[in-house]
Design a protein around this ligand. Structure first.
Ligand code: ZN
Length: 324
């Protein structure tokens, strides 16, 4: 969906949220409402932490000047990032391959606005957006996989985004190698994990161009469809979602999703009878699912701040009768 088509003046009584989708190559920032509508947005290239964060806060400052304050900030960040609001390292980036960003505190620069801030992964943010307002709307359990320069996955299960001891790293799952694929893989850590074989980076490194430029007759096309179908089988077998939403530049290649669905059908061989290949959907908000999701994350920040519900990790502990 074109973001500009969603742009319009906010209803006077509508609460305004700031959303920041922090990506490894781009930062998207926007102002929107609790209904997922986006009033204004901007994009900045990811440079050094100081430069990039200054660009974002500068844009937000101008926005506050023009239209008044916003009431919460939702951050959907690349990772690895500590998403546990009970942790002393909450909001800090971990061992990202972007070396200058390692250890950066993603929350601190936004405390100056003196509004509640909440943070989740970029892919959990995208999953939230697609679950609430997009391709997975009306379903309780929605998984999201982005296939772009990198690969990552998130999930919303009964309204709660998926996190474990850390957040999931679905992009680094291992897949069965295609018999014709001699490429060693592009993942700096694993070589031929899913991201190492099927990301936009891997496609460019292996064939010198994007899949859409290579065309549907190129053997790489079927190979990538195969890897993504395997990833879909793994996700559906593990999490049993109602819908699996795919976003990102690679999956937007014309016709690729149909091939993924076809291979998914072949690989599952009728075993996942509750989940149909047609339940694999293209993201409605691509390429800004994460930015829209930031609005849902901001809303969560408000609810937590007002004490209407404890943070999700505390809810889970309470439900299980566990103590921190
Ligand atoms: Zn990997």
């Amino acid at each position: 969906m074109n973001a500009s088509s969603r742009r319009g003046p906010p209803a006077p009584q509508m609460r305004r949220f700031a959303s920041i989708e922090a990506g490894g190559t781009k930062f998207n920032v926007g102002i929107g409402g609790p209904d997922g509508s986006l009033f204004d947005q901007a994009q900045f290239e990811t440079r050094t932490p100081a430069e990039t964060i200054a660009a974002v806060t500068c844009w937000l400052d101008a926005e506050v000047e023009r239209n008044g304050p916003f009431s919460a900030i939702g951050l959907a960040s690349f990772g690895p990032v500590d998403t546990d609001s009970g942790s002393p390292h909450w909001g800090r980036l971990g061992l990202t391959p972007k070396l200058s960003w390692r250890g950066v505190d993603m929350i601190a620069p936004f405390r100056r606005y003196r509004v509640p801030v909440a943070l989740d992964t970029d892919v959990n943010g995208a999953a939230l957006a697609e679950w609430r307002w997009g391709a997975g709307r009306g379903h309780a359990r929605v998984c999201y996989l982005t296939v772009g320069t990198g690969i990552g996955g998130g999930a919303v299960l009964d309204g709660v985004t998926l996190s474990g001891r850390s957040h999931p790293e679905m992009g680094h799952m291992f897949v069965r190698r295609h018999p014709d694929d001699r490429f060693p893989g592009a993942c700096p850590t694993h070589g031929d994990c899913l991201e190492g074989l099927a990301s936009g980076t891997a496609i460019k490194a292996r064939w010198g161009d994007s899949l859409s430029t290579l065309g549907a007759e190129h053997p790489g096309y079927a190979m990538i469809a195969e890897y993504l179908a395997q990833a879909c089988v793994n996700i559906v077998s593990t999490l049993a979602p109602d819908r699996l939403v795919l976003g990102g530049g690679v999956i937007g290649t014309s016709g690729l999703i149909s091939d993924v669905r076809r291979r998914f059908d072949y690989l599952t061989n009728g075993y996942l009878s509750e989940f149909d290949a047609e339940d694999i959907l293209l993201a409605h908000f691509s390429p800004i699912s994460g930015l829209i999701g930031g609005l849902a994350i901001a809303e969560r920040a408000v609810r937590h701040a007002h004490g209407s519900e404890p943070p999700e990790h505390l809810q889970r502990w309470e439900q299980q009768g566990l103590e921190r």
